[in-house]
Design a protein around this ligand. Structure first.
Ligand SMILES: [Zn+2]
Length: 313
């Protein structure tokens, strides 16, 4: 998957959230540490997946640098990328909006990292006044053409058109696991909230029972792999959040958690992954279904509000 090893270099880091260097090792992950990888094609590049003993955050150490072009290739192609595997996220986003409306009935929503615009489309249908921002020009064009939603092209850091202190909700669906400095983004988005406004975040749950079982299965197969992150192949998750670490991060950024809930991975088509043998796939589906009944599911949703609105501007 990594096409040019000269572009990639490794850097030892402390925890990006709390700066601690006390970690436990969860295994390795690279461009070959998943089923279906072509081990003959590319040079082997890998790193350690570690979990911070202080704040629970999951990251890679050393951190791999120089992956931007690979990520951009993946996240610029509307044909390749989909929020869900069957490319029909309507049901999933409706479910999320139902969860959100328990805490905020309706109003103005800003969606950061809108992808192909499906969430905005559902929000508009649900009577939200919705606008998005997305760094991929191709995705913006796709969204505007297919869904006729209002989307700005670029990053929030550089945008000066979107009104501050204006939105009732700022949403980020599967964005924070890709962002190198999540604290900066969380501080920035609070500036866009009107008084009483909230943020809604969804990320993969890097500590779900399902992923823990996958890691045990890897050990059983004598593979020192960790399933918690995928820094070197799609979907390029560089960071892994748990309930504890996202609460820690939000607290550090001046937010109070209003609600936290996990959803099944099947919502995003995780069940449809085609890696590995048929038996392994069937086993994985069975384990996923059973284990999800216990809670601590594969997708982590958090609703939070700033502790002090005036300080956040
Ligand atoms: Zn930490």
């Amino acid at each position: 998957m990594v096409t040019n090893e000269n572009l990639v270099h490794k850097e030892n880091i402390d925890c990006p959230i709390c700066n601690s260097n006390k970690t436990r090792n969860l295994g390795i992950r690279g461009n070959r540490e998943y089923f279906g990888a072509d081990t003959t094609k590319e040079n082997h590049i890998f790193t350690n997946v570690v979990q911070c003993m202080t704040c629970d955050f999951i990251y890679t150490n050393p951190m791999i640098r120089g992956l931007e072009s690979l990520e951009n290739d993946h996240y610029n192609n509307p044909d390749e990328y989909s929020a869900v595997e069957e490319d029909n996220p309507t049901k999933m986003f409706r479910k999320r909006l139902t969860f959100l409306t328990k805490y905020k009935k309706t109003g103005r929503v800003l969606d950061v990292g809108s992808g192909k615009g499906e969430f905005l489309f559902e929000a508009v249908k649900g009577n939200w006044e919705a606008v998005g921002i997305e760094p991929s020009e191709e995705f913006c064009e796709f969204a505007q053409k297919k869904y006729k939603v209002k989307m700005f092209h670029g990053s929030l850091e550089e945008n000066n058109e979107i009104e501050k202190s204006y939105f009732d909700v700022v949403t980020m669906n599967h964005v924070l696991e890709h962002v190198e400095r999540p604290q900066e983004l969380l501080n920035l988005i609070s500036c866009y909230l009107a008084e009483g406004g909230m943020i809604f975040i969804e990320v993969p749950n890097a500590d779900s029972y399902f992923l823990r079982i996958i890691d045990i299965y890897f050990k059983f197969k004598k593979l020192n792999w960790s399933s918690r992150l995928s820094p070197l192949h799609p979907p390029f998750h560089k960071y892994g959040y748990t309930k504890q670490s996202i609460k820690y991060l939000l607290d550090k950024c001046g937010y109070k958690v209003v609600a936290i809930k996990t959803f099944i991975g099947k919502d995003r088509g995780y069940k449809k992954k085609k890696e590995g043998s048929i038996i392994e796939a069937l086993l994985r589906d069975l384990v996923s279904t059973v284990i999800n009944l216990l809670g601590n599911r594969e997708l982590l949703c958090v609703i939070a509000k700033p502790i002090n609105y005036s300080q956040s501007r």
